[in-house]
Design a protein around this ligand. Structure first.
Ligand code: NAD
Length: 316
């Protein structure tokens, strides 16, 4: 096995999400080398050229289309390859197709590189994270999914708009499945330490239950809405991928709601789903025990069951 190059990233899958993420990573200045792999080699070559042509206005790095042998020394491997969600299709509908693709991709990765950190983005991300963990033989801390980082960003954005405040001052998580059974953890939500309902009242909003329900629905339906309008979502997830890479490369120990294998967390084990977790140079350091209301905890357990049923159905 090759020695890892800490400044090298690999993008497996260069469709809408892979290309947008590669573009965001190029702009981040975090890496000095990026290899793009796609079943459609010409697509990877085209994206590598197009993104490279922006380098004169960014920071120097090598960007090229490659093969699995080229990822042997990549410190971070991002997997976005898979079929996209079609209008009206749920993420879980995609499962069989994309597990099949993973059965081909993941062993090719672990054959050449057993030491990287693997970040799964393709959907259904929680099931595929579990599949990637099983198929790769990687330890749990080094294979995780983007999980609800995107949904959480959407929640912060929508709450920021609702309350007319910088979304970065909003502290709130979407947890559980990245999908229909996800949960907005309202009981711990706050704006700069001020409990969410108190802050809402400061900003003239008093209809808490109705607002929380409608904001959580908006978050959940964002992907369907965008896919209906433009066919795919990719800029928001690209920024989530960039944020995850920043936390890894800079050993930030940032708390992000990534999808990782759970161990007796609110009674949930042996499934990958999103809970706030500490992310640093070794990947997932551990989850953070946020307190949940009884109904949130029940919804989380139901979300875990939904995912486990899918894992059992597919036979991972
Ligand atoms: P896309 O169809 O544009 O791109 C998929 C790419 O994967 C294609 O270029 C295809 O050639 C490639 N591919 C397929 N099989 C491959 C294989 N065996 N090896 C290498 N490459 C292969 O789709 P997209 O819009 O980029 O979405 C990609 C995935 O990301 C989907 O599963 C989508 O649902 C998911 N997604 C996840 C999030 C998230 O928050 N986790 C957000 C948006 C999209």
């Amino acid at each position: 096995m090759a020695t890892l190059n800490a400044r090298k990233v690999a993008m497996i899958g260069c469709g809408f999400v892979g290309a947008a993420s590669a573009f965001a990573l190029m702009q981040s200045g975090l890496f000095s080398e990026m290899v793009l792999i796609d079943a459609n080699k010409e697509k990877a070559e085209g994206e590598a050229l197009d993104i490279s042509h922006g380098l004169s206005y960014a920071k120097p790095m090598q960007i090229y289309a490659g093969d699995y042998k080229d990822i042997a020394d990549a410190a971070i491997i991002i997997v976005t390859a898979g079929a996209g969600q079609k209008p009206g299709e749920t993420r879980l509908d995609l499962v069989k197709k994309n597990v099949g693709i993973f059965k081909s991709i993941i062993p090719q990765i672990s054959e050449v590189n057993k030491d990287a950190i693997m970040v799964i983005v393709a959907n259904p991300v929680d099931v595929l994270t579990y599949a990637a963990w099983k198929l790769s033989g990687y330890p749990e801390n080094r294979v995780f999914g983007s999980g609800t980082t995107l949904d959480t960003a959407r929640l912060k954005y929508i709450l920021g708009q609702h309350l007319d405040v910088d979304s970065r001052s909003v502290h709130a998580f979407i947890i559980g499945e990245h999908g229909d059974s996800e949960i907005a953890a309202w009981s711990s939500a706050n704006v700069s330490g001020i409990p969410i309902n108190d802050f809402c009242e400061m900003r003239g909003h008093f209809n808490h239950d109705e607002s929380m329900q409608s904001i959580a629905e908006d978050v959940k339906n964002s992907a369907y809405d965008i896919i209906e309008k433009k066919g795919a979502t990719y800029y928001g997830i690209a920024m989530s991928v960039r944020r995850i890479c920043e936390a890894l490369i800079r050993d930030e120990k940032t708390i992000l709601p990534i999808s990782s294998i759970q161990h007796d967390n609110h009674g949930i084990s042996d499934v990958a789903l999103s809970m706030p977790a500490i992310v640093g140079k070794d990947g997932v350091e551990g989850t953070v025990p946020i307190s949940l209301s009884k109904s949130e905890e029940e919804a989380l357990q139901a979300s875990a069951k939904t995912l486990k049923d899918v894992i059992d159905d597919v036979g991972i």
